[in-house]
Write a protein that binds this ligand. Structure first.
Ligand code: AMP
Length: 362
């Protein structure tokens, strides 16, 4: 396994807050970061040594970028596969294009999970209004129609309720391929973040519980308030997916905890995976010796992975849109660890920062 030593340049595809926090963690270990993104005002640019502005279809810019970095990772999983394949001809890039191919597509990731004995909500791929109409005949409502690609924070998702016309749901989803998915009446939602190196060394953070509002992550509670056997099942799923996908870097796995075991005896179903740092892992910055961002740097640079043991219990709140105006009040609380992403415009639904409240010894 190649070791990329401190002092080297890490290339990051995407300039959002995940890139920003990765760059800050990299700096702590003496690395520099070079961000490839579209706009110089993106959050990661301000804290990085270098940036290249360009589109992921600009191969001249991609090549120039690849030649200036020692290893490449990403903070946005919708990077086009062709761009990642092209970059990896010049420099090692993690995760691989194959991991992205699966994680970019909701149907592919669910099929991958099922092939590996991991449960998911029942689903069917639909490619037209007629196919959706037919699928709805055999689905109990409500069900959820999701675009297979480019969906995040609830975008491209429609809850199909009794009486709703297939054509209206299709239009609202706004894509030409979707999956119709059974509605899961879950007890709670959890996630596990796994770091993995090229030689297979792996470390998994404990399962945490996630609360979504308007389809956007609002809070993460660490640890999840679930039975240890269920937490083990969630961790097992996340480790297995990391191993089978051959992820180098991070894999975040979002899961539903069922109220009762299903027919296969499963209590935990996979919802989706993201091969990058994840919002539900931000608490690790303040409550663990090594954050998810530093683990990513360690994993892609071939350094030893650090302890995932938390020293504190924690609750993370996202600061979305106008929530950011509470920054002064948040700073009054000595247990609150405030992180702001340096975004100038607080649009509705936009993640502006987060705050982690430390809740005492783990
Ligand atoms: P996703 O984009 O798939 O992560 O969905 C965003 C959020 O919508 C999830 O975290 C859940 O809160 C909710 N959701 C998605 N799919 C389902 C489902 N099949 N059943 C119930 N809730 C869901």
């Amino acid at each position: 396994m190649k070791v990329i030593a401190p002092g080297s340049m890490i290339g990051i595809l995407g300039g959002g807050q995940l890139g920003r926090m990765t760059a800050l963690a990299a700096a702590r270990l003496g690395y520099k970061c070079h961000i490839f993104c579209q706009d110089k005002n993106e959050p990661a640019v301000a804290v990085s040594a270098a940036h290249t502005l360009g589109a992921f279809t600009d191969y001249a810019a991609l090549e120039k970028f690849a030649k200036q970095v020692d290893v490449i990772t990403l903070e946005w999983e919708n990077v086009p596969l062709e761009a990642l394949e092209f970059l990896s001809q010049h420099t090692s890039a993690y995760p691989s294009a194959n991991v992205l191919r699966i994680s970019q597509d909701r149907a592919a990731e669910k099929n991958f999970a099922r092939t590996n004995g991991i449960g998911t909500a029942d689903f069917v791929v639909v490619q037209s209004i007629a196919e959706l109409e037919k699928a709805l005949e055999s689905f109990q409502l409500p069900a959820i129609l999701k675009s297979t690609r480019m969906g995040y924070d609830g975008k491209g998702q429609v809850k199909v309720t009794p009486g709703m016309k297939a054509a209206d749901a299709w239009k609202e989803m706004g894509s030409d391929v979707g999956i119709l998915e059974a509605f899961v009446d879950f007890a709670c939602e959890v996630s596990v973040i796994v770091a993995c190196r090229a030689d297979g060394a792996m470390a998994a953070y404990p399962a945490v519980e996630n609360i979504h509002r308007n389809h956007i992550l609002a809070e993460t509670h660490a640890p999840a308030g679930i039975d240890p056997a269920i937490a083990n099942e969630a961790e097992h799923i996340a480790r297995k997916l990391t191993e089978k996908l051959q992820v180098v870097g991070l894999l975040a796995v979002e899961m539903f905890v069922l109220k009762q075991p299903n027919k296969q005896g499963q209590r935990v179903l996979m919802n989706e995976v993201a091969p990058r740092p994840h919002n539900s892992g931000h608490w690790t910055m303040d409550a663990c010796a090594c954050s998810q961002f530093e683990q990513l740097v360690r994993a892609v640079c071939g350094l030893p992975l650090a302890s995932i043991s938390p020293h504190n219990r924690a609750v993370m709140h996202n600061l979305i849109g106008d929530d950011i105006q509470r920054w002064q009040q948040i700073l009054q609380d000595p247990q609150a660890c405030l992180h702001l992403y340096g975004k100038t415009e607080a649009r509705a639904g936009r993640k502006m920062g987060h705050v982690t409240y430390l809740k005492g010894a783990w």
